[in-house]
Design a protein around this ligand. Structure first.
Ligand SMILES: Cc1cc2nc3c(=O)[nH]c(=O)nc-3n(C[C@H](O)[C@H](O)[C@H](O)COP(=O)(O)O)c2cc1C
Ligand SMILES: O=C(O)C(=O)c1ccccc1
Length: 365
């Protein structure tokens, strides 16, 4: 029998060294944002419709032109080899088996090409904007050649926020695990450990270009023909700007509680962002990321106008538990729950979830 998600979480916690668990589970500052998204989702109540023909529920959907078995993707997360020796290769196999999209982190611990060879489903590549544009250009061209279908620029991390657990642990990536897609000299700073400071936070200050603005998106446009996705947008203002700059999809996200402490939670921002995109009459899809733990969370996101959701840590729990098999089980668990919610909501396809299908998660500004 497949385990519930919390059982995978408990198993991962038991298996992983303390500092690795803290790196996965931790948040920034007071960690207020670790629970904010979950609380917002829990407050929302579903409004089911009855006597609808749900004899056949079909969760399949399309995201940026890719066919998915459900409106579900795996969020970009660094260093999967911290969870399992096969790392992103195991995750890619699992995402393919489940029929969902995988977003590969710029800080993946397996090469883009090896991950692509293991994947039978669509892949996106996530980027932080590095000071060294030659490194970025090389990575983008490799992603294109390996068949990645979109670039995800993470815009909520001009630097990696201070994460007290990592700082306390003097967290550094173990020497046998590397961000293998980046040149060695770019990465050396992530490995030196110093108490009271996380090597990743220090490294991001050295390597990330925190001076970039909307105008710099033009450089990405010139460098690639792949669709551009922005991850970490939380306001209608930025959604409008994104649409003006030709962005193909927005990921509404609090970075899993790891960046701005005391921010508004992503689920509470969804409505205004969906409305801003709609008002602009733009071809821009919207994805909700963070705290997705139940099939009902997917339904709530769709009711609020999202096209899909991303899940992060649960995939790492599955990976730590049993590699490909564990990740597949975690993804299938979410999909099975979602299929049941479709039937009970009277929504036989993802486009059948109406705005009135959920109570309003108010977060006025
Ligand atoms: C261990 C870990 C590493 C992460 N690494 C990245 C990353 O490299 N790039 C990125 O854009 N987001 C990264 N994230 C954020 C995730 O993409 C995602 O926003 C978050 O995990 C979603 O919340 P959830 O874990 O509650 O599902 C990371 C998150 C975790 C937990
Ligand atoms: O994005 C993150 O949350 C994160 O932990 C990370 C890891 C490696 C490099 C940059 C960020």
């Amino acid at each position: 029998m497949a385990l519930a998600l919390h059982a995978y979480e408990a198993a991962a916690k038991e298996r992983l060294p303390g500092p690795v668990w803290d790196f996965f589970a931790g948040g920034s500052g007071t960690e207020s944002m670790l629970t904010a998204g979950r609380k917002a989702l829990d407050r929302m109540q579903l409004r089911p419709r009855c006597l609808v023909d749900v004899s056949h529920c079909d969760p399949r959907t399309r995201l940026l032109g890719s066919d998915l078995a459900a409106p579900l993707a795996v969020a970009p997360m660094a260093y999967h080899r911290l969870a399992h020796p096969e790392g992103e290769v195991a995750t890619a196999r699992a995402a393919g088996e489940a029929g969902v999209l995988l977003t590969v982190s710029m800080f993946a611990s397996r090469t883009l090409e090896v991950i692509a060879a293991a994947a039978s489903g669509p892949l996106w590549l996530q980027l932080y904007w590095l000071r060294n544009r030659a490194v970025m250009r090389d990575l983008i061209h490799r992603a294109e050649a390996a068949g990645y279908r979109a670039l995800v620029l993470t815009v909520d991390a001009p630097r990696v926020a201070t994460r007290p657990r990592d700082a306390r642990n003097g967290w550094a990536i173990p020497p046998d695990i590397r961000a293998v897609n980046l040149p060695e000299e770019t990465m050396s700073a992530s490995h030196g450990s110093r108490a009271g400071e996380s090597a990743i936070a220090r490294h991001s200050r050295d390597q990330f270009d925190s001076s970039i603005t909307w105008a710099d998106l033009a450089w990405l446009r010139e460098t690639t023909s792949l669709p551009l996705v922005l991850k970490g947008v939380l306001t209608a203002e930025d959604a409008e700007l994104a649409v003006k700059h030709g962005v193909s999809a927005l990921i509404v996200s609090n970075h899993g509680g790891r960046q701005l402490d005391f921010a508004r939670s992503a689920p509470e921002c969804l409505t205004e962002i969906v409305e801003a995109v709609k008002a602009a009459d733009a071809e821009c899809q919207v994805v909700l990321d963070g705290a997705i733990r139940h099939g009902a969370d997917i339904a709530k996101a769709l009711c609020l106008g999202a096209d899909a959701v991303m899940t992060g840590r649960p995939a790492l729990w599955g990976l730590a538990h049993s590699g490909t098999e564990g990740v597949t089980a975690v993804l299938r668990h979410l999909m099975d729950e979602f299929e049941e919610v479709m039937a009970l909501m009277g929504a036989p396809t993802p486009t059948d979830f109406p705005r009135t299908g959920v109570t309003q998660p108010t977060c006025p500004h």
